[in-house]
Write a protein that binds this ligand. Sequence first.
Ligand SMILES: [Zn+2]
Ligand SMILES: [Zn+2]
Length: 379
Amino acid sequence: MAEKRDYYEILGVSKGASDDELKKAYRKMAKQYHPDANPGNKEAEAKFKEVNEAYGILSDPQKHAAYDQMGHAAFDQTGGGGFYGGASFDMGDIFDNFFGGGFGDIFGGSTGRRTSARRGADLHANLSIKFEEAVFGVEKDIQIMSNETCDACKGSGAKAGTVAESCKHCGGTGQERVQQQSIFGTMTTVRSCSVCGGEGRIIKEPCPVCRGAGAVRRSKTLKVSVPKGIDNGQSIRLGGRGEPGAKGGLAGDLLVTIHVQPHKLFSREGTNLYLEVPVTFAQAALGAEIIVPTLDSAEKYTIKPGTQTGTHFVMRGKGVPNVRNNRVVGDLVVSLKVTVPTSLTEKQKQLLRDFAFEMGEEYTDHRKGFWDKLKDTLK
Ligand SMILES: [Zn+2]
Ligand SMILES: [Zn+2]
């Protein structure tokens, strides 16, 4: 395992920094490395965890003192000799308290009560779009049901005009400390307050609109910008458009899964489009200029005399833009299908008989010739 970095160094403060300085440094760092500001950035994520861990220790007076005395060894869970050895030190705890909770504080929440802030739930929605809309992009409105902050109590859960009382048991911190004797001496564990359930406050008169929950269920309409080149089954993440966080926590995300309706003529594989174009026997035999439809227009294409059915050609850049890089566009692959007329006039039939005769195949013997050839190959 890599050497653990010094907690003061991580937060960029000097040893002996005041609580305010620590808090300020933590806010700045957590904002900088917050996953929402650095989507998919593993390095930022690691830094973010590191910053949270450092602040988790340094903001707790007891752990802070232990760290100053013994450094990381104070929290060494494998050595057994650490001050907080074993179960009393729980990373999960720190995360609950600071990972989820810190944000209310950092991102403008006013409660300042880290213990109860929670990130809102992610929401999921489905959106069906036309084939062309997936290729060219589109903007759509979608309706989703979501828990929204209650207007009547502004999310506090307390009836308008009343305020929730600070919990006397925990002094509003939402936490209680329990001391236990062990072979290492007295250990202190911190847990959610048993009276207020970690909320830090008690609602005497609940808001009648949301029954004290602080949130109501409501339908909302959101604009979804579907990027060019999206494919069936892919989804779009709208950061912060999920359910609101509780007690100043961040909102969750909205994940919209895209369903692309099939096209009557075109099919798609990745960024390539496929199209089958019918040509007549005469066109295939004599060559011709044909019209090939693309998704947004049509192009002329000249087929050579003697073109066979199944012949295909590629129209470069007439496919689908890459969803991640729109400058890269796939191709349109066209295959030609020579069609046989199904209803012929007497004159047309006679012309075809004459044609067959001219080709040296008396049309009635044409099939016999084929079977004779087959017999030859089997001899
Ligand atoms: Zn309410
Ligand atoms: Zn309490």
